[in-house]
Structure formats: C-alpha cells, structure tokens
Design a protein around this ligand. Structure first.
Ligand code: AHM
Ligand code: MG
Length: 351
C-alpha cells in the first residue's frame, strides 16, 4: 500500500541540481508555529513538540527493527481495556511516557495502555493524551499502525487531575498522529490547518512534505467494519445500504477498510470519503476512545475542511465522562459526512 507520502530526492542523471537545500523540518515549522499557538510564547510548546517527535522517531525505529529482534509476540499482560498487550505496545507506551516526563513541560499524561492518569512532578503546563500504538493487532501482518495524540493546556491553578483532560475536544490546542508504514508520516494540527511531515531516516528529521492539507469535499469511498452491520442502528444501516445500492442508479461506493484507524484516516484525509466506527445500537457505545482516538482525528479532519460526528452530535463538542470513554464516530469529507447527519435527522424527525 502506498502511504501517500514520499520524500523528495534527486532524480535523473542531473539529480544533484534537484536536491532541495532549504527544507522545512518539523523543528523549524514548530518554532514558527509557537508564536501563533501561544501569544506569550515561552518556547514550552516548541519543547513539548520536540519531545513528541523524539517519541515518534524512537517508536518508528522500534517498529522497523521489530521483526529483527523478535519483538513480535505477547508481553503477557492486558491493558486497561482488557486487550492483550503486545511487546511493542508496552515499549511504545514506555517510550512515550518517558519522553513526556523528560520534556519537563507535561503535567498529565493519559495513555490507552494505562488505567489511570499519570501526573508528573514539576510545573509542566500541558496534558498529553495518546494511544501509543493504535491498530497494534495488525503489527504481525506488517500493516501500518500509528501513534495518536492530543494536547490540552493544564487548567489554571491545577496540580494535575483527570478534570484537566475531561474537557471537550474543542479545547485541544494540538493533535495529530504518526503513521508507521513504509516511512513514518506525521500529520499535525495546532488549530491553524493541517500539515504533513515525512521522516527522513538519513537526516533523522521530519520534513514538511504536505503543507496545508485539505480533505476533498467528497469521494465515493467508505471505510467501516461491515461485519458489525447487525449491531448498527437503523439510520446507520440505511446510510450504508444507500452507498451500496444508490437510489439514483449511480455507481456504488468503493469499500476500503484497513482496520488500523491511523491508516484508514490517513487515506481518508488524502483521498476523501468517509471513515466510520459506528456505535453499537444496544449499548449506544462505540469502540474507539474519545480522548486519544476520536478527538485528535476529529480535530485534524475539521482543520482539513471535513466533518466528524456521532451522527447526531459534533465529536469535538462531546464532554468525556471518563478518560477511557468511547464513542461512535463518522469522519471525513464534508459532503459524505453530511449524508449520515441528514440520515439521522430524517430518522429522528419521523419518530
Ligand atoms: P486498538 O486501540 O486496540 O488498536 O483498537 C483500535 C483499532 C483502530 O485502529 C481500528 O479503527 C479499529 O480498532 C478496528 O477495529 P475492528 O477490528 O473491530 O474493525
Ligand atoms: Mg487504539
């Protein structure tokens, strides 16, 4: 599978003339960005993002060499939500937590792999929520996985509690993911659009390769685990039925589902379409976690011009009631996501 990102290099016999000598590294980019995110810029946010990129490089390095050093296999523990933890989940989690602690800028960390919030000593001003290796069930098959993260500012006067992160996604000041595939692709928003970076392993730097990413307004692609159809409610079932049996006789949608949220969202950002993990109609709960899966992806997609909804509510407006809370989600191209919103509206008005 192509990841959609490639690094540019010399081409042709005369390649030397085509080498870019003035490239925008992530470090250079975030130094510029710092002043936009915090008007009283102290450099703290830049240092935080530097620690994040170190964690991504370190995790990418471990994933690359995983097969070589026989890391693939169960670590013998279960995580907070009862799934088997793979060795790489454990390593990814350790790398991430250590990098956040070492930054000196973080007060609170929430990880998918930890039951409780982690509060660091010191006067860090930021809270970082993350899923260190999302889609890890795919690791053995060599499918792309990724780290998803979101950043909140610590509440004024707080010493670091769950209340600092039990806030709507609209209050996140930054979010993104790094997808580990053929290369490592970091997609980042600090609330001023979305930018994509590719790790140049020789330079050891993330290079800005996809400035100001915009999601196409529409595309006839859907991405969902259709094996769950019987668990979906009627508006969701009706919606997917119409994509496959268009009422106007047009060509049906294409299905593309990797089963690794980062890879599915990455494709959706680049090509357009809709990604969905709908809620279970009985429990009314989804699989994906609000804080470190739904919110960061919703922020990215909105910043790229798309939409993210439960069908009835904007994802970023939800207030999580606990750190591992879950939600159903539909996200992607504006005109595709609007169709599921309309389906729910029609259904609710008929009740
Ligand atoms: P994980 O956090 O345990 O890796 O689970 C999240 C993953 C997502 O990456 C993906 O979208 C989803 O689970 C796939 O679930 P399913 O196998 O039910 O289709
Ligand atoms: Mg996950």
């Amino acid at each position: 599978m192509s990841n959609g990102f490639t690094t540019s290099g010399p081409g042709g016999a005369d390649g030397i003339n085509e080498i870019k000598t003035d490239i925008v590294t992530l470090t250079r980019f975030i130094l510029d960005e710092q002043s936009r995110v915090a008007s009283n810029a102290t450099g703290d946010f830049t240092l935080l993002l530097n620690s994040l990129q170190f964690a991504f490089k370190f995790i990418a390095h471990n994933i690359r060499r995983a097969t070589l050093v026989n890391l693939i296999g169960l670590a013998g523990a279960t995580n907070s939500t009862g799934d088997d933890q793979k060795k790489l989940d454990v390593i990814g989690d350790d790398i991430f937590i250590n990098a956040m602690r070492a930054s000196g800028k973080v007060k609170v960390v929430v990880s998918e792999e930890q039951d409780e919030i982690i509060v660091f000593d010191g006067d860090g001003k930021y809270c970082v929520v993350n899923d260190p290796i999302d889609g890890s069930s795919n690791l053995d098959a060599g499918v792309s996985v990724g780290t998803i993260f979101g950043v909140y500012k610590l509440q004024p006067g707080s010493t670091g509690t769950a209340a600092d992160v039990l806030r709507p996604g609209t209050e996140m000041i930054a979010a993104g993911y790094t997808m580990y595939g053929a290369s490592a692709n970091l997609v980042l928003t600090t609330g001023f659009g979305v930018n994509g970076f590719t790790l140049d392993t020789a330079l050891g730097e993330f290079i800005l390769t996809h400035p100001d990413m915009k999601i196409p307004k529409k595309r006839a692609i859907y991405s969902a685990n259709e094996g769950n159809t019987i668990y979906w409610d009627k508006p969701t079932q009706d919606y997917f039925h119409k994509l496959k049996y268009p009422e106007d006789g047009s060509k049906p949608y294409s299905a593309r589902y990797i089963g690794s949220m980062v890879a599915d969202v990455h494709r959706t950002l680049l090509y357009g379409g809709i990604f969905a993990y709908p809620a279970d109609s009985k429990s009314k709960n989804g699989k994906l976690r609000l804080l470190y899966e739904c919110f960061p992806m919703a922020m990215l997609v909105e910043q790229a011009g798309g939409l993210a909804t439960t069908g009835r509510k904007r994802i970023l407006d939800i207030v999580p009631t606990q750190i591992h809370a879950r939600s159903g989600i539909f996200l992607g191209s504006e005109l595709e996501v609007q169709k599921i919103i309309d389906e729910y509206k029609k259904f609710d008005e008929a009740q």
